[in-house]
Design a protein around this ligand. Structure first.
Ligand SMILES: *[C@@H]1O[C@H](CO)[C@@H](O)[C@H](O)[C@H]1NC(C)=O
Length: 149
């Protein structure tokens, strides 16, 4: 007896596997949120403590110490709107927010050695520069990339 899988069934199996593979991966927008967005509203006020708590918590010290990372404190919808009415197109995919956000910059110190990642934090208020795809922020860039200070 010969059994053959119909093309329809093969397609179904293929689509199922593709869905399973995609389910485990974060989208660029989700990655941006994990790395750069803190919607908690109240956060640890000491920037050093904040960075040393948040960098591991957001999985940025898993296989190496990410050297530099910024967290934007705010409401996701307001941050996302920088790709639309809340921002001004600068160049390429980059948009510069019209209003400032509270931002914490985290930078590894000279004593930082993976897996013991040590950060120095710096809190400030500034306009943010983000790259957008399909109306969603997918990369955070230093303000200078958008012509800022
Ligand atoms: C960090 O990674 C772990 C293991 O892969 C995962 O379960 C967890 O959801 C991740 N945390 C964040 C904030 O993405």
């Amino acid at each position: 007896m010969k059994t053959r899988l119909s093309p329809g069934l093969l397609l179904l199996i293929f689509l199922l596997l593709a869905c399973l593979a995609a389910a485990g991966r974060e989208t660029p927008y989700e990655k941006f949120q994990r790395q750069h967005v803190d919607t908690s509203g109240s956060w640890e006020p000491d920037p050093n403590r904040y960075c040393n708590f948040m960098m591991p918590r957001r999985n940025m010290t898993v296989s190496f110490c990410k050297d530099f990372n910024s967290f934007i404190h705010g409401v996701l919808a307001v941050i996302t709107a920088v790709c639309g009415s809340g921002g001004t197109w600068h160049h390429g995919d980059f948009y510069y927010s019209n209003s400032p956000f509270q931002v914490t910059d985290c930078q590894t110190t000279g004593a930082s050695r993976w897996p013991r990642c040590i950060y120095r934090g710096d809190g400030r208020s500034s306009r943010i520069c983000v790259a957008c795809q399909n109306g969603q922020p997918v990369h955070y860039a230093r303000p200078s990339v958008c012509g800022g200070p």
